[in-house]
Each structure stands twice: as structure tokens, then as C-alpha cells.
Design a protein around this ligand. Structure first.
Ligand SMILES: Cc1ncc(COP(=O)(O)O)c(C=O)c1O
Length: 403
């Protein structure tokens, strides 16, 4: 059977990677007026549970008063930590509140763990393609990246990954276990168990990024963390940026046996995360608002994915392929030809459309023929129009390069 293009072209040796995109530019572009933003992985304002969060904020102020504005514990609000541990336990991971700490977004969890584990020149394995924010942290850390090709909607190819991990023995493997960004891939339950077992045997620490787990249409799966014993192999990070509201900046880290080093590093970085938003999230969870909100969010995302998939089928170059993800709001489209993204970005921007070209998620040749579409931010009408405009731009470039 022929290998998918993404796997054929994947590089298999560690190399120093200079991120081609800057997170700061993506973030600045996020709210540009008039722009149909299919680039940044950001939900629209109407996707946020504003009424329930406002209620939670009122509860927070009336319960905590001035304590909301004082210094706090480095590990975060204790009752919130217990609620976060409950949620993970309901997904099969045996975690207690004192074994986790809160973070300022998932970003801080990733950067704390990587700064504890990685020194310049160390090898770090990650998915190819991978989230550009992660690539930027790794590139700043001077890590040599060992890419593990994402095979299809089921995630990294475990046979190839096992061989590669055994050969290079990286310091750690960073993997987004559900609805990975940008590929949309989700590891099956069997693959989760096998990956943890492979890494346990080889002594490779996994950093599991579970930021999209709660967006799975079928409910959040067992995290990789649930397959670990004694915190020796898996360190877990997530946040509520995708499932509740990114502006809260509340995340969680379960470091396992790295707990002491990770909490010390977190405290060096910012003493503790902001108290008001932690308490708002605690009240939001305590009032039982998360599950009803997630039910609505999953429907919203599914409707938008359907609109976007239809628009891609209608207007993208013939031969474009998308593995429909099992939730979330990103589509990873594989085009039949390589694209000059610098030119495509200029042409799309002229028509007020921004998108993320595959080159920002990895520097391998296959990335040149992929685009990621965020379906969550634009209105539904703009989403469809934006995809049609982009389809026409990509089609015109393909025709030019075919001539
Ligand atoms: C895979 C992944 N990890 C981490 C982050 C950053 O999350 P946060 O906003 O909670 O810092 C993102 C944001 O898009 C992401 O896609």
C-alpha cells in the first residue's frame, strides 16, 4: 500500500528547527477588524459561556472578597485543584489535587516542563506536523527536533515512532493526544496504552498536551496519563482556553515525578497564576456549568465543520483531502500540489482572508501542500466565503505552477 504523502516526505532525523512563524504575529492578527480569520485557533465571542462566567465572577467576588486580589499559593487555588483532579479521575486518571498545579494557560505548562527537561542540543520528539507555539518554544530552547509523522486521523505511526524513539532516545516526546493541532488526529485508546508502554520501556518522558480533549464529540477520552503508573512516564498539561474561555488563561499541569522541579520553575516564572480567573473557573465548575456548555460547543463545532467541509469540497483544488476530525474546529487540508505560501498569503490578504499554511507547523516538504483552517472564529457566512476565496487563490497558484 502506498504511504500517505505526509509520511513519505517526513524527515526522520533530529535537526535544529527555526520556527518560520512567530506566535506574536498570529496573536496580533487575531482581532484585526474586517479580516476573515481562518488562521489563529481562536473561538468566536459567541462561543464563550459569558452568562455562566459572569455568574461565576459574581460568586467569586462575594465569596472571596479581598482574598481575590492577594498573593496566593504557587500551586494555585486548592478547591480548584481538587475539582481539576476530580475531572481527570472521571476520565480514568488517578490524580489527587495536591499532585497538580495551575498554570497560566497550557503554554506555561509546556514551557515549564520543557525548561525542566531540555538543555540546548537535546533531542525532543514531537508530532509532524505540530502546534507552532510548541515549535517556537523548542526552537528557543535549542532542542533538536525528532519529527514523528502523523499517519492519518489516528495520529502518529506507532511502529515508526517506536523505531525512531529507540534509535534516538529523546529527552521527551510532546504529543497532543486528542484532536491534535493542526492535524486533527486523535490517538485511539489502544494506541494510547501502547504509546505509554513504549515510552516507559525506553525511558522517554511523554509530555501530553490535552488542550482539545474536552472538544471530542464523543466526550473526552482517557488521557495518556491514565495509562501511566506512579507518574514516571507521563507529564500532563491542558487548559480551559479551548473548552471554556482563552482569556481566563487558566491551565493545569500534572507533572508526575517532576512535581518538585516543575513547581519550583513555575514559581520562578510568575510566583503563581492570576487568582481572580482561577476562582472564576472554580465557581464555573462548581455550579455545574462545564458540561452543558461543552454540549453546546460540540454542536457548534460540528455544524461549522460540516459547512467548512462542504465549502472545501466545492471550492478547493480537485484532489484536496481532509480527514474529518472527531471533534473540535480545525480542518487540516492536504492539497494535491505544493503551494508558494508567501504568495498565497499575500493574495488571500488582499481579499481579507488569513489562513495558516502548513509551513508554519513543520519545515518538511509535505507541509508545503497543507493548510489548516480554523472554523470557530468567523461567522458561519464568513467562514464559507473565506474558504471559497482561499480555494480560488490556491487553485490559481496551482494552475500557475502546473503550466
Ligand atoms: C496544541 C496547543 N497547545 C497549547 C496551546 C496554547 O494554549 P493556551 O492558550 O492555554 O496557552 C494551543 C493554542 O492554540 C494549542 O493548540
Amino acid at each position: 500500500m502506498a504511504l500517505p504523502a505526509l509520511l513519505q516526505d517526513a524527515m526522520t532525523e533530529p535537526f535544529l528547527f527555526k520556527a518560520s512563524a512567530r506566535l506574536v504575529d498570529f496573536m496580533r492578527q487575531a482581532d484585526e477588524p474586517g479580516l476573515i480569520n481562518l488562521a489563529a485557533g481562536i473561538p468566536g465571542l459567541d462561543a464563550l459561556p459569558t452568562a455562566a462566567l459572569t455568574q461565576a465572577l459574581q460568586n467569586a467576588v462575594s465569596k472571596e472578597g479581598s482574598r481575590l486580589f492577594a498573593y496566593h499559593h504557587p500551586e494555585g487555588d486548592h478547591p480548584l485543584r481538587e475539582l481539576l483532579a476530580d475531572r481527570l479521575r472521571s476520565r480514568g486518571a488517578s490524580v489527587r489535587g495536591p499532585e497538580l498545579f495551575t498554570t497560566t494557560g497550557c503554554t506555561q505548562g509546556l514551557s515549564v516542563l520543557l525548561s525542566v527537561l531540555v538543555r540546548p542540543g537535546d533531542v525532543v520528539a514531537c508530532e509532524a506536523p505540530a502546534y507552532y507555539g510548541l515549535l517556537e518554544i523548542l526552537s528557543e530552547a535549542g532542542a533538536r527536533i525528532l519529527p514523528l509523522a502523523v499517519r492519518d486521523a489516528g495520529g502518529i505511526d506507532l511502529d515508526a515512532a517506536e523505531e525512531s524513539l529507540a534509535r534516538w532516545r529523546p529527552r521527551c516526546l510532546v504529543v497532543c493526544s486528542s484532536l491534535s493541532n493542526p492535524s486533527g488526529a486523535t490517538l485511539s485508546e489502544a494506541a494510547r496504552g501502547r504509546l505509554v508502554e513504549i515510552c516507559r520501556r525506553l525511558g522517554v518522558r511523554i509530555i501530553e498536551d490535552d488542550i482539545y480533549g474536552e472538544l471530542e464529540d464523543g466526550g473526552a477520552p482517557k488521557p495518556l496519563l491514565a495509562f501511566d503508573v506512579g507518574g514516571e512516564t507521563v507529564s500532563y498539561v491542558s487548559s480551559f482556553s479551548k473548552s471554556v474561555a482563552p482569556g481566563l488563561r487558566v491551565g493545569v499541569c500534572v507533572p508526575g515525578t517532576l512535581f518538585d522541579q516543575a513547581t519550583a520553575r513555575k514559581t520562578q516564572q510568575d510566583l503563581h497564576s492570576a487568582v481572580p480567573t482561577e476562582v472564576v473557573l472554580r465557581e464555573f465548575l462548581a455550579q455545574g456549568a462545564l458540561d452543558p456548555h461543552l454540549a453546546g460547543l460540540r454542536q457548534r463545532n460540528a455544524r461549522r465543520r460540516t459547512l467548512a467541509l462542504d465549502a472545501v469540497a466545492r471550492s478547493f483544488p480537485q484532489g484536496s483531502r481532509v480527514d474529518a476530525p472527531t471533534g473540535g474546529y480545525m480542518l487540516w487540508v492536504r492539497l494535491p500540489q505544493r503551494i508558494d505560501f508567501a504568495q498565497a498569503r499575500v493574495l488571500a490578504r488582499r481579499e481579507n482572508v488569513a489562513f495558516a499554511g502548513g509551513d508554519v507547523f513543520f519545515s518538511e516538504p509535505a507541509a508545503q501542500s497543507c493548510v489548516r483552517l480554523n472554523c470557530a472564529k468567523a461567522s458561519e457566512e464568513e467562514l464559507v466565503r473565506g474558504i471559497e476565496i482561499l480555494g480560488a487563490v490556491l487553485g490559481s497558484l496551482g494552475e500557475a505552477s502546473d503550466r
